[in-house]
Design a protein around this ligand. Structure first.
Ligand code: ADP
Ligand code: ZN
Ligand code: ZN
Length: 824
């Protein structure tokens, strides 16, 4: 009989949540199956196991080890063996974190574990063996030199130079050694190796250490002295080191938040720990990385800071992951998924721009990296430092106790709050002008100039753009800024040419919509391409931003044949308007930064570098440009349309609007000159716009929190959203009703069991089934049920019981979104 060293629960990466029989000899436990192995296994190891009746090989991660008791429920002799060990592993604390994520975010455990390890690492991309050279030990050298034959004068001179190099520089690759000695060929090194004076060794390495960015900008010198506010934040957070705790730094842009992060990271490293810093993908600029490297890449060189973001090649990603896993990187900086970086001895996690919705992953597993970071810190026993100019209302409530999500009494904040109310160096926050775009348009319409302006916009042959995107105030401000030699940033959070195309006749009312989604199609213009005969041809097409389906632009209204009109201009048409109205030249003094022009992190870094160098005068872009950039010469920031998110059918519309306008307004006047900010809007009286213009975060947050409390919305409550979908609208609605019924039953059972005679609806409010805000996407009809409760525990209890009964799961027909950041 075979020797069985251990039994193990293996979570399959394919992501089985609750399934039927997993084949003979497999027992399902919280998404994991039992196997045995002749060798002892460790928690976190990646293994291959048989799955199914005609067994297929499946990849999984060991989540528990033990004896035959792990096979409980089935005969141990029917348990099947592990097929292979892959030699790669996750640290056990990440396995524990994965268990929490799987439970909290209602997602199969194996899928969470699968997400934690980048595909490039699983496939071993970029692994290779490097051959290295080092000199023979000093006592053996005289004898070896004696007996060496065939060493020419060049080799002997090389040897003298090698012996003089610091011993710590070895082992070295032959290429690096030849370069260090100024040798043109490696022939003399080979001769020294043959003589035994140099010795070969091998090291497994991951290729991909080539430069991650085109250039790393040199940041200014490290500040010698912290401001009093910075000092309070650094000391206050540093006191939390060594245990769990959360600190929130709210600081206006340019107030020195990043400097605070760097100082606290320094403290964590000095205490022998590692540090992890999360930033939104788009803030992960060469500026950020450059600052970290300069501060922390000591003798270890660039390797001391590992960088993780989506713009890396597969082998770079593997190399950076390996740097973190081996412990040679003491600081890891990265976007959302870097929260899973395999660092040991974690001493601190920093989450910059903690309010950014990009921290929420919008597909399985639907985790929020800020919240996962807090959980990870709790498991690791280290503090988390959150920072933002416009903290999420969730964090603000936790730091001010004005509305504890668990309904705690005021006066007991969960987070420590530190404020940096002033810009470093005393620079004033820019004056923000709100421009009533509707009034400007009326004025324009009354004047004769309108005819010209209207005629000048619109692509040749394409539909006319109804109004110029830049009203007279913004246009004049831009002209003046450029005349004075300043630079400008223009924000428009809408890609493409225009996002609404319709018939100008009110009687007709036709508009172009996606045939598979409840959404308008967005017009795009193809990049100019040299056509036959060398003429540049520009063509329009339309694309759905939900299902990505494309079609050709209709030439006229299909109902009444009138020429179509575009409204809601996007970055492409504003780019053209700037070319025509101000004579700017595209890609020379004007650069557009959006998801269409910036294909990679390199493009983005290159565009920013050109702006920093002053060659580019106007940076036009989506929210990609709203954050983190620090350029002294920006004299004007224009918000072309502050209303892009104000009308969203989402309770966070006001918060998003406030954040966007505040963030971009902070980009102006960072140098000596005061900056000017012009905000165009159709709703000049709207609270988020007024508060943002007044740089009044506290006023906005207070008013908005009161509104949320009255409406019973987060952060005064916790929320979960379950969406069901089907191609058949009737079936989708039926699924929604079934879901609601199961949740209702789970809630009733909970009320009876745990909460005595309380009214179930007081525990957890259920809303729906109701059609989603976008009822149909890619041909699927969508219905949602919302769960709201005073605390997260109640929602978790209802969902867990519905999940155990199989009524709630994350699969193709049902999406569970805990703490949703968008409700579309
Ligand atoms: P934030 O992250 O809040 O936008 P930064 O930390 O990037 O602010 O600081 C803005 C600028 O001020 C940077 O150029 C930084 O080097 C500089 N700076 C930060 N703290 C100080 C200080 N105490 N003294 C002088 N300059 C500072
Ligand atoms: Zn569509
Ligand atoms: Zn029509």
């Amino acid at each position: 009989m075979e020797r069985r060293a251990c039994y193990a629960l293996v979570a399959l990466e394919r992501g089985i949540d609750r399934v039927g029989p997993g084949g003979a000899g497999s027992e399902i436990r919280g998404g994991a199956l039992t196997y045995w192995s002749v060798e002892p296994l460790a928690v976190g190891e990646r293994v291959e196991v048989p799955l199914g009746r005609a067994p297929k090989r499946a990849a999984g991660v060991v989540v528990e080890v033990g004896g035959p008791e792990l096979a409980d429920g089935i005969a141990p002799e029917r348990v099947r063996p592990v097929l292979a060990r892959t030699g790669r592993a996750l640290p056990p604390d990440l396995v524990e974190l994965a268990r929490w994520i799987a439970a909290y975010y209602v997602c199969p455990l194996g899928m969470v574990l699968g997400t934690m390890v980048p595909a490039a690492v699983k496939r071993g991309i970029g692994r290779r063996t490097v051959r290295l050279l080092e000199p023979a030990p000093a006592p053996e050298r005289p004898a070896l030199l004696e007996t060496a034959t065939g060493l020419g004068p060049v080799a002997r001179a090389a040897w003298t130079a090698i012996a003089a190099l610091p011993p710590a520089s070895f082992p070295m690759t032959p290429v690096a050694l030849a370069a260090a000695l100024g040798l043109r060929t490696k022939a003399s090194l080979a001769a020294l190796a043959r003589a035994g004076l140099l010795r070969w060794s091998e090291r497994a390495e991951v290729r991909g250490t080539d430069e991650l960015w085109p250039e790393v900008e040199a940041a200014g010198p490290d500040p010698a002295r912290l401001t009093a506010h910075q000092l309070a934040a650094v000391e206050g957070t540093a006191r939390l080191l060594g245990g769990f705790g959360v600190a929130l730094v709210r600081g206006v842009t340019g107030s020195g938040k990043t400097e605070v992060y760097l100082r606290v990271i320094e403290r964590a490293l000095a205490a022998g720990h590692t540090a992890l810093m999360l930033v939104p993908e788009i803030s992960l600029t060469p500026q950020t990385v450059g600052r970290l490297r300069r501060r922390f890449a000591g003798p270890g060189g660039a390797g001391a800071v590992a960088v993780m973001h989506s713009g890396l090649t597969a082998s770079q990603r593997h190399a950076q992951w390996a740097l973190a896993a081996s412990g040679s990187a003491r600081v890891v900086v990265g976007a959302r998924s870097a929260v899973f970086a395999p660092v040991a001895d974690l001493g601190l996690i920093v989450v910059d721009e903690e309010h950014a919705p990009d921290y929420k992953q919008d597909q399985l597993p639907r985790y929020h990296a800020r919240d996962v970071a807090i959980k990870r810190a709790q498991l690791a026993g280290c503090p988390v430092l959150l920072g933002s100019a416009t903290p999420s209302l969730e964090s603000w409530a936790n730091a001010t106790a004005s509305a504890g999500p668990e309904g705690r009494a005021p006066g007991a904040p969960k987070y420590r709050l530190f404020e940096l109310p002033h810009r470093v160096g005393g620079g004033a926050l820019p004056r923000v002008e709100i421009v009533d775009l509707a009034a400007e348009r009326r004025a324009l319409a009354d004047s004769a100039r309108h005819a010209e302006a209207g005629a000048s916009s619109g692509a040749p042959g394409g539909p006319a753009i109804k109004n110029p995107a830049l009203g007279p105030t913004l246009r004049a401000a831009l002209t003046r800024t450029l005349a004075e030699g300043g630079q400008a940033i223009l924000l428009l959070n809408r890609r493409g040419w225009a996002s609404y195309l319709g018939c100008p006749s009110l009687a007709c009312g036709w508009s172009l919509r996606c045939s598979d989604c409840d959404a308008s199609l967005v017009q795009h213009r193809m990049a100019p391409r040299a056509g036959p005969g060398g003429t540049a041809r520009r063509q329009m097409f339309v694309r759905c931003h939900h299902c990505l389906a494309e079609q050709r632009l209709p030439t006229a209204c299909p109902v009444c044949a009138r020429r179509l009109v575009s409204v809601r201009p996007g970055t492409q048409s504003v780019e053209e308007e700037l070319e025509q109205a101000l004579g700017l030249r595209r890609d020379e003094d004007l650069v557009r930064v959006d998801g269409d022009t910036m294909r990679s992190a390199r493009d983005y870094a290159a565009a920013l570098a050109r702006f920093a160098a002053g060659r580019v005068r106007v940076l036009l872009g989506t929210q990609m440009i709203a954050k983190g950039l620090d350029y002294p010469n920006v004299g004007l920031v224009g918000v072309v349309d502050a209303d892009t998110s104000i009308a969203l059918p989402d309770f966070r519309a006001a918060e998003r609007t406030f954040q966007l306008v505040s963030q971009v307004a902070g980009r102006a006047g960072r140098g000596a000159r005061p900056g000017r900010v012009v905000v165009q809007t159709l709703s000049p009286g709207a609270a988020p716009i007024r508060h943002a213009a007044a740089h009044d975060y506290v006023g906005f947050a207070g008013a908005e929190l009161a509104t949320r409390r009255r409406a019973g919305l987060p952060p005064a409550t916790r929320m979960a959203r379950v969406v069901v979908r089907d191609r058949d609208p009737g079936k989708a609605e039926r699924l929604g009703r079934e879901l609601a019924r199961h949740l209702e039953a789970a809630r009733t059972a909970l009320a009876a069991r745990d909460a005595g005679a309380r009214d179930p609806a007081e525990l957890v409010r259920l809303d729906g089934p109701a059609p989603c805000a976008i009822e149909r996407i890619a041909g699927f009809y969508r219905f949602e049920v919302l769960l709201t409760a005073p605390g997260r525990g109640l929602i978790q209890a209802v969902l867990a019981s519905a999940r155990a009964g199989g009524a709630v799961k994350s699969d193709a027909a049902m999406a569970v979104d805990i703490d949703p950041v968008a409700l579309l």
